[in-house]
Design a protein around this ligand. Sequence first.
Ligand code: BGC
Length: 331
Amino acid sequence: MRSELFGTLPDGTPVHRWTLERGGTRVRVLTYGGIVQSVEVPDGRGQVAGIALGFAELGGYLEHPGPYFGALVGRYANRIAGGVFSLDGGTYRLAQNNGPNSLHGGECGFDKRVWEAEPEGSESEGVRLSRVSPDGEEGFPGRLTVSATYRLGEDGAFSIAYEARTDAPTVVSLTNHTYWNLAGAGTGGARGHVLRIAAGRYTPLDSVQIPTGEFAEVAGTRCDFREERVVGAGYDHNFVLDKGVTEGAEAVAELCDPSSGRVLSVATTEPGLQLYTADHFGAELPFAPGDGIALETQRFPDSPNQGGFPSAVLRPGGVFASETVYRFSVR
Ligand code: BGC
């Protein structure tokens, strides 16, 4: 692994880029926002392509924060209804940065912070990003000590392991917001990719994209990805993964680009997977709607306000630990 200066923020803070390389896979991670800037893998003929949407320069990320390209999202990935939740007798107000709701940790979430970086492990190509999110940051209670360790295994599998500890009760859900295009980022749309998700249910939404609390069957709907189907457009849904929360990462989804044969398999410890087909990409972006597919492993949206969802609460003495593994292959 190696690191280099990638750019400088307007306030002079340097941003570094770490390169992990192994087994034919190369991954580049930024200390700004924990962003996965690029993932390069070969196809069946050995043709290498970058399959994660991103920018060559820091300025691209600063100019276009809205889509969360490749970012480490937190303290709470996805929406919290009305930007408010109660926990252990306290009520906490967050930025309403998405209609009436709080989205992806607020105005200045983990995706816009500069993380400390250190090399991780001798057995794997890895980098460990860490930071302390102060008590009250973006309205969240508790001082959160958080890390995300990015590793490339011997077989070229790319994993992200998250860990967090707090000094007061809080809520945590962390994800990575990479948009995948297995044909190659910038080569066109990803809507022809085929996808399988091991989820028999999903969480239906109200008019402002907050879960109704119901778990609906995917059978007979366009959310039925139990058998492989063409992705298409118009998805921004959380799937209730059949396996639930698990201690180790279990396989939950497989995305394939039939033209190149490249396959991405996702395994996770998390109970939810948000499928977002990038339909809101605006004309100001160098990518068009549908140019990438985000597969965000996470707790469910709005869990802090939904008693029937897997808990996202972290209390002092406890550890939030989650892991997602991305494996690349060809068909
Ligand atoms: C959300 C979308 C949102 C996007 C922001 C996704 O994780 O589910 O609703 O528009 O992030 O880029």
